[in-house]
Design a binder for this molecule. Structure first.
Ligand code: ZLM
Ligand code: CA
Ligand code: ZN
Length: 370
């Protein structure tokens, strides 16, 4: 008998509005949830409602003063100078339930970690997590906490080696920074890079320091990459990383802003192409945590997280090309499940450039004989 995959969801998160016109819309969580429910897949998952992370739990990464600040931050009496120190550009995005919202993001990922550690699930999914830019004492790129770092710290209490894979269109800078000097966490991020694309870090050359040298990989990409070219990077590199690092557990950040027609990203993957990456990783059959992240064309985020939930849990045989009848049906525009690549978008990566990136990364892990 196999254990059910865990699906972590708290309905109050989906009701939060980060700000008028803000690209990050938590409603995408409720829409994903509706597709799972309408398709009957939800009934086959171990559904878990998370508790908010406590201040003490947040302090496993974050400074006490920063956590105290976040706790008070949403109130109008919060100190204006403090806002400048801790929030930089993010001061624009303060909203009333900020602390509650981010404490639940982190609580969800901590719950996922504990379900894996206790063997209660082999796959644990938290679409409300994946806030990869958060730093120990400042907010960055919509991420006021870093649930991923907190989750990995929890996993490290039980597992020797944790592999972190980031397929969000942005560089996973906060996670890379937190574990840059250790050989117990291997971080790899695939991302759009160049022309000042946020957060501007994640160069091919950056590969960890001190004990952590060789335990970070960055795959910088130009706009327009589609399924086949992306797969030809992802598959051989991940195959090699798995073989060399031999992780005990995997954390996969699944920002969907790398698919076609995202509001912020300019890559051109199809939903199916992106989901194939998830299938490839789940096939290693390691304890695996699956997290959300970016994704700014809301109806497509819901399509992809729905598809990935099915793929990661081995229930994709139950899917059809059409979305199930659901209460947001009109909002989806078309009733199709897949988000195809946009045929009018040109891939700005040349085959030669991609081959050079791939071979430079693989060469770091050659055994010396070949
Ligand atoms: N300005 N509204 C990805 C995080 C990306 C920093 C440039 C603010 C936006 C963006 C906000 C409605 C993850 C930057 C942007 C305008 C300084 C970013 C509010 C549109 C809007 O219409 C918008 C008033 C807003 C923000 C676009 N911000 C696009 N890109 C990035 C952050 C997070 O996906 O990786 C994981 C969850 N910020 O480029 C500015 C430099 C602030
Ligand atoms: Ca990334
Ligand atoms: Zn992103």
């Amino acid at each position: 008998m196999s254990t059910k995959a865990a699906y972590i969801y708290h309905h109050t998160m989906a009701d939060v509005i980060l700000g008028p016109g803000h690209p990050m819309q938590p409603a995408r969580l409720a829409i994903t949830h509706e597709l799972l429910s309408a398709s009957g897949i939800l009934d086959q998952l171990l559904c878990v409602e998370p508790q908010p992370a406590t201040k003490a739990q947040l302090q496993a990464l974050h400074d006490k003063d920063y956590v105290d600040f976040l706790f008070r931050a949403a109130s109008p009496i919060a100190d204006k100078d403090q806002k400048c120190v801790y929030l930089c550009m993010e001061a624009l995005f303060m909203f009333p339930d900020l602390y509650k919202y981010y404490a639940l993001c982190a609580g969800g990922t901590l719950t996922a970690a504990r379900l894996l550690i206790r063997g209660e699930a082999k796959i644990a999914i938290n679409w409300g997590g994946g806030l990869h830019h958060g730093k120990k004492d400042w907010a960055h790129g919509f991420c006021f906490v870093n649930d991923i770092v907190l989750g990995i710290i929890e996993l490290l209490k039980f597992y020797d080696r944790v592999l972190y894979i980031d397929i969000d269109v942005h560089h996973g800078d906060g996670v890379e920074a937190a574990f840059n000097n250790t050989d117990r966490v291997f971080t790899i991020s695939f991302h759009q890079f160049g022309n000042e694309f946020f957060p501007r870090t994640g160069r091919l050359e950056d590969c960890g320091e001190e004990e952590g040298q060789g335990f970070a990989v960055n795959v910088p990409l130009k706009p327009g990459i589609a399924d086949e070219a992306y797969r030809n990077m992802f598959t051989p590199i991940m195959e090699r990383v798995m073989a060399v690092f031999n992780p005990n557990a995997v954390v996969l950040q699944c920002g969907t802003d790398s698919i076609a027609n995202d509001r912020l990203g300019s890559l051109n993957l199809s939903a199916k192409g992106h989901a194939e990456c998830v299938a490839f990783i789940c096939n290693f059959k390691l304890p695996t945590m699956i997290l959300g992240g970016g994704g700014y064309t809301v109806q497509n985020v819901a399509r992809l997280w729905f598809l990935k939930t099915a793929v990661a849990t081995g229930l994709d045989g139950q899917l059809t090309e059409k979305l199930p009848a659901n209460k947001y049906y009109n909002f989806f525009g078309t009733g199709k499940l897949n988000v195809p690549s946009d045929a009018t978008v040109k891939d700005q990566n040349t085959a030669e450039e991609l081959e050079l990136i791939r071979s430079k990364i693989l060469a770091r892990y050659d055994s010396g004989t070949g």
